[in-house]
Design a protein around this ligand. Structure first.
Ligand code: NA7
Length: 550
């Protein structure tokens, strides 16, 4: 609801939170808990972030429900019943709404409110945020919880506005749903969203044509109803399981740590392992087969080739199978997809795969799609599963600056710079949740969200207790962290893929590896150590109004 203070003085807060998704909601709860006056601003007409917007058919989490949920309340995690191994979008959104009600979070969420600018007044030591509607909010601290995959991107195709049929983006899906029955449908993009959606659209559409630029690796999800015994056992050990997850690189428990190098294991045994993991379903388990799958190309080749052979055995038409078998990046270096009947879908007579790597989409015409070769395809509906301006898109959309002259878009011109992924030098009292330089997107996101927000709450509490009111990273700490993030990435196979981790999906975006891939466990220890050493690498100071005047 628009704020009544619109025409009067700006609302005064301790902490303004940008975003009402899983991160923003937990930030309200946690920061309120230390006595702060907080409010979250959410562009959507409902809470839930990613899970509010991404309503495409088949949208589902690729981390198991018992892991992909908040851990901060034992009662909550005991009470909530997940009906399936992997949560669907509607189920996760229901859960998020339950959490908001249960912890009385809604009263501090302002919906339908997009933050357009955030300016830090160096003298007053306060942030002023402005909404699209012109409302002003002032706060001592800002928490950017605006999401990593929240800026949907439709490629700049010529002629898109001329298309006479309906077109959709997976990340802006109509709330009333879309019925493709009897329609000729074109889907552009085969990342996680495309891979989840394609088997479902294929069942409705008269004809489905999929335009694939890069073949992606996908493993079977093996989704199914939640087993009662599995749920009972998990819940009996929930606290210990959550603690164990903190000691893993992906913040996901339940998978024994690999102990062997891939090529130290005889081939027959290796294939047996991959086969067992394929049968079990899920991506973490597969990537956790051996210690070196994400650092040795030779090792990775064995796991990649196993999946390519599975694709060849599932897809009847050998040409289609070869087109679907990824050969240009090692498995796991782009987001590994999980699917239900993805590859099998290409055996349906109403589904066609078109490779657009060698023959790119040239334009969208009034009736469909035209490729560079001149080939044309006619559609009643087009679906863009073309992803997001990942990790930096949401923050770059906000005009973030300071009266001392720092401008976030400029500071990040050559790629995002952060210290621990949590703060940016030159932008005091602004925290970022699971942004670039953090392991967030490479982990069970909710675990990273809780860890980041807890760290932020502790930092603000620490300042208050020491009569301090300003924190920002030193430029040196920021540079050292960025260097470390890059060094760690360079010691892995990740940079070999043209992924959104690298900004490679956006023409002109700097090619910098953005997530920290040293592991959640290592990252958390580093954050804890920094705090224990009195916030090493940050400068903490007191800049109250009296001090500023003098
Ligand atoms: P992704 O993973 O970024 O996938 C986008 C897809 O769209 C990918 O296959 C792209 O090919 C394709 N794409 C993008 N632009 C074009 C053009 N111009 N022509 C043809 N194809 C194009 O987004 P998703 O929504 O699937 O998933 C995002 C994340 O959400 C996912 O990683 C999970 O974490 C959840 P490319 O690979 O760039 O060649």
């Amino acid at each position: 609801m628009p704020d009544a203070s619109n025409s009067s003085a700006p609302r005064q807060l301790d902490v303004a939170i940008v975003g009402g998704g899983l991160a923003g909601l937990y930030a309200i709860h946690r920061l309120r808990g230390i006595g702060l006056k907080v409010r979250a601003y959410e562009a959507g007409s409902g809470i839930g972030g990613t899970w509010f917007w991404n309503r495409y058919p088949g949208a589902r989490c690729d981390v198991e429900s018992l892991e992909y949920s908040y851990s901060f309340s034992e009662e909550l995690q005991q009470d909530w019943k997940w009906p399936e191994r992997y949560g669907t979008q509607p189920e996760i959104l229901k859960y998020i709404n339950h959490v908001a009600d249960r912890f009385d979070l809604r009263r501090d969420v302002q919906l339908d409110t997009r933050i357009k600018s955030a300016v830090f007044d160096d003298k007053a030591n306060r942030w002023t945020l402005k909404t699209e509607a012109g409302e002003e909010i002032q706060a001592r601290y800002v928490v950017m919880a605006a999401g990593n995959l929240s800026t949907p991107r439709v490629p700049d195709f010529k002629g898109i506005q001329s298309f006479k049929g309906k077109w959709y983006h997976t990340g802006l899906w109509p709330h009333e749903g879309v019925d493709f029955t009897g329609k000729r449908v074109g889907v552009i993009g085969t990342g996680s969203s495309g891979v989840q959606m394609i088997p479902i659209i294929a069942q409705q559409a008269r004809q489905l044509t999929v335009f694939q630029r890069t073949a992606n690796f996908s493993l079977p999800a093996r989704n199914g109803p939640m087993g009662e015994e599995k749920e009972r056992r998990h819940k009996a050990e929930y606290a210990a399981r959550r603690a164990a997850a903190m000691e893993t690189p992906f913040a996901i428990g339940g998978h024994p740590k690999p102990t062997q190098k891939t090529l130290d294991v005889p081939e027959a045994e290796r294939l047996e392992t991959y086969e067992a993991k394929w049968a079990e379903g899920g991506s973490i388990s597969y990537l956790y087969s051996y210690t070196d799958l994400l650092v040795s190309k030779e090792a990775n080749d064995t796991a990649s080739e196993f999946v390519r052979n599975k694709i060849r055995s599932m897809v009847k038409d050998p040409k289609t199978a070869e087109l679907l078998a990824p050969k240009d990046h090692p498995i796991g270096t782009k987001r590994l997809c999980l699917d239900t009947n993805y590859y099998e879908t290409y055996n349906r007579p109403n589904v066609t795969l078109v490779g657009v790597r060698s023959d790119p989409i040239q334009e969208i015409t009034p009736t469909g799609v035209k490729l560079a070769s001149g080939a044309t395809y006619e559609f009643d509906a087009l679906v863009f599963a073309t992803g997001f301006d990942a990790m930096t898109g949401a923050l770059k959309e906000i005009d973030v600056r300071t009266t001392a002259g720092a401008v976030l878009r400029d500071h990040w011109e050559g790629g995002p710079l952060t210290y621990l992924g949590l703060m940016v030098s030159g932008f005091p009292n602004m925290f970022v949740v699971t942004g670039p330089g953090s392991p967030g997107v490479k982990t069970q996101m909710i675990a990273s969200i809780e860890q980041h927000v807890d760290w932020i709450a502790d930092a603000i509490d620490h300042l208050g207790k020491h009569q301090l009111d300003r924190i920002e990273p030193t430029p040196k700490a920021e540079m050292d962290w960025v260097h470390h993030v890059n060094q760690v990435a360079d010691s892995t196979l990740y940079p070999l893929a043209n992924s959104w981790y690298m900004g490679a999906n956006i023409p002109g975006k700097p090619r910098v590896f953005m997530p920290y891939v040293g592991g959640f466990d290592r990252y958390k220890k580093q954050c804890d150590a920094v705090a224990a050493k009195g916030y090493e690498g940050f400068s903490l100071s007191r800049h109250d109004a009296a001090a500023a005047r003098s």
